[in-house]
Design a protein around this ligand. Structure first.
Ligand code: NQM
Length: 353
């Protein structure tokens, strides 16, 4: 039983918010770690009132960071999604938004020395499969600077930019081996360029595509259709039984409204995202740029993804053609901010008790 406080930094990472820990400050055993994190975050409880979680999937997130033993990386990043109303933590997905805070956190904790005005932090993303990213963090005078003029849709206030660059992959973006599939009676495209996403046209669901997230969440028939689609998509995307995981995400696509490339509404997978996830956006952008998908729109390397609170620009380049299309590289600009740094106090007992 833990009786002492545990070092924790609260950060906004992109359009999400989460608790950042050094791996060395948490139990090494995953079961013990998850039990402790549930008690820190306040799960299971929809409001997470007895913990530091925000009562929504986008504000109930954990980043576990450590020095990397991999020569290609400075730090390792393990992402954990804490389900607010269930005693469940899943490592079945990563989070590109929380990733935006990993570089600043690594410098703040002394895992990476600040190197001039910009410090490049090489991150090994541990889950769900090993992947890499480079985060460029502003560090004038050897300290992380969070202040800046970059306004990122999904966050009302400007801050310093954090550029995230993802390398390409040797595997196809289309895990079913097809550009389009028929699942749960719908024409869809299954894409995975860092986040497994199923794209479906709004019109095929009888939607306009620009509905507010609350309207979509309150539509019980739609929610049932989305879940049926998700459960069918899991196995064909190689994800197995996805009943208890947060993947794949379902992105509803329709024509752009504001000079963007495409309009999106994304189920993550039960609530609707206030914006769109980072790697989710990369996967959507890759599908949008590939002829033969249900979302194809001829576009240059810049794909402007409209979402409920603005537009998310993804720069994406691809290799190969058709079902063999692969990600060459992608990059996005996010912001992050340290909100608090101190100790957190878990409730005692067992999380599921
Ligand atoms: O897709 C939400 C978020 C995310 C994940 C989600 C993310 C990503 O916005 O890389 O960032 O899709 O569950 O934080």
């Amino acid at each position: 039983m833990t009786t002492g406080g545990i070092p924790c930094m609260l950060m906004r990472g992109g359009s999400s918010k989460g608790a950042y820990f050094l791996a060395t400050d948490l139990p090494a055993d995953p079961h013990e770690r998850d039990d402790l994190l549930l008690r820190i975050m306040g799960s299971p409880d929809e409001r997470q009132i007895d913990g530091i979680g925000g009562g929504h999937p986008l504000t109930s997130k954990v980043a576990v960071v450590s020095r990397s033993a991999d020569a290609q990386a400075d730090v390792d990043y393990l992402f954990l999604q804490v389900i607010p109303d269930r005693a469940v933590i899943t490592d079945a997905q990563t989070c590109g938004n929380l990733l935006a805070g990993v570089g600043p956190f690594a410098v703040e904790r002394g895992l990476v020395p600040a190197g001039g005005d910009i410090t490049a932090v090489r991150v090994r993303i541990l889950n769900p499969a090993v992947n890499y990213a480079e985060a460029r963090v502003r560090t004038p005078g050897g300290r992380v600077s969070y202040d800046g003029d970059t306004v990122m849709a999904g966050t009302p206030f400007p801050a310093a930019p954090v550029t995230l660059r993802f390398p390409g992959a040797a595997t196809s973006i289309f895990p079913t081996g097809r550009l389009a599939d028929r699942l749960a009676g719908l024409d869809v495209t299954c894409a995975h360029a860092g986040m497994p996403v199923v794209l479906v046209r709004a019109a095929d669901l009888g939607l306009d595509g620009a509905e507010p997230p609350e309207d979509l969440e309150n539509n019980a028939g739609l929610r049932a259709t989305i879940e049926a689609l998700r459960l069918e998509a899991g196995p064909v995307m190689g994800l197995g039984d996805v009943r208890d995981t947060t993947v794949p995400k379902i992105t509803i696509v329709s024509p752009p409204r504001h000079d963007g490339t495409v309009t999106t509404r994304t189920f993550i997978p039960h609530r609707v995202h206030a914006a769109i996830g980072v790697l989710g956006a990369v996967s959507v952008a890759a599908a949008v740029r590939t002829a033969g998908t249900v979302a194809h729109i001829p576009a240059g390397s810049l794909v402007r993804i409209e979402h409920p609170t603005g537009t998310f620009d993804v720069d994406v380049t691809l290799d190969g053609t058709g079902p063999d299309t692969r990600l060459h590289t992608s990059s996005v600009v996010r912001t992050a901010r340290k909100l608090s740094d101190g100790l957190v106090w878990p409730r005692t007992g067992k999380a599921s008790a």
